[in-house]
Write a protein that binds this ligand. Structure first.
Ligand SMILES: C[S@@+](CC[C@H](N)C(=O)[O-])C[C@H]1O[C@@H](n2cnc3c(N)ncnc32)[C@H](O)[C@@H]1O
Length: 218
């Protein structure tokens, strides 16, 4: 598959890995890296795109040991942080794609995921960078293809112009023909099984108001 041209993420590494993290990158990551053929055999796995340091993914995987989870993240320090948690907690129901989530999409069958999470995607606030935003008509069509019938796509954003962007996309005829959706702002529980991400803590501390979207595949 041809890699997408545009890079949608910022820094891939902010600091050197500690020896224990590097060891897990070398030893554990290859064992739990996404194998699209293995993943295709799982029943209703759940995908998180851009898991950051992985705290939301660990929360879900701990709460639902019977469910299989996939996390995609190009940021090395985030992947290393998640590996530490997976190792400490002996989690066996997470696999990781260290890289751009879009790179695995083409190889995955239709109707695979029971849910997809996109929490606080990079806002790319400058107009000339809007095309780097994850939410685009094409990515919504891809997520739609990958979801089971009635599968859910959860999105959170604390950035006002990205919220407007998301809502503009969700009201496009071509998108609203394929998803029902709702949105709300609440400091409590935007949906079942919610846990605050690190990025969300920062948003609240800095006075931004997150908005949460739940899309249901029609
Ligand atoms: C603002 S951070 C939010 C992290 C985390 N979801 C949270 O709420 O704390 C956005 C994350 O998305 C990741 N990201 C951006 N584009 C991505 C892509 N195409 N595939 C996978 N991850 C991506 C970035 O590396 C970054 O870690």
């Amino acid at each position: 598959m041809k890699p997408p041209v545009l890079r949608l993420y910022g820094r891939q590494k902010t600091r050197a890995l500690k020896p224990a993290q590097q060891e897990l990158m070398d030893q554990l990551l290859p064992n739990i890296s996404v194998s699209t053929s293995e993943l295709s055999k799982k029943s209703g796995p759940i995908l998180e795109i851009g898991f950051g340091s992985g705290e939301h993914l660990v929360h879900l995987a701990t709460q639902s040991p019977e469910t299989f989870f996939v996390g995609c993240e190009p940021f090395i320090n985030g992947v290393a942080a998640l590996l530490i948690e997976i190792d400490d907690k002996d989690l066996t129901n997470i696999s990781i794609h260290h890289g751009d989530a879009r790179h695995i999409f083409d190889e995955l069958p239709d109707g695979l995921f029971s849910a997809v999470y996109l929490l606080y995607p990079d806002p790319w606030p400058k107009k000339r960078h809007f095309k780097r935003r994850f939410i685009q008509q094409e990515s919504l069509a891809l997520i739609h293809r990958l979801l089971v019938p009635k599968g859910k796509f959860y999105i959170a954003s604390d950035h006002e112009t990205y919220q407007t962007w998301i809502e503009e996309h969700l009201t496009m005829d071509v998108v609203s023909a394929t998803f029902d959706w709702s949105n709300k702002t609440t400091k409590e529980t935007p949906w079942d099984n919610w846990t605050r991400t690190r990025y969300e803590e920062k948003a609240y501390r800095e006075g931004r108001t997150p908005r949460y979207y739940v899309l249901n595949k029609k």
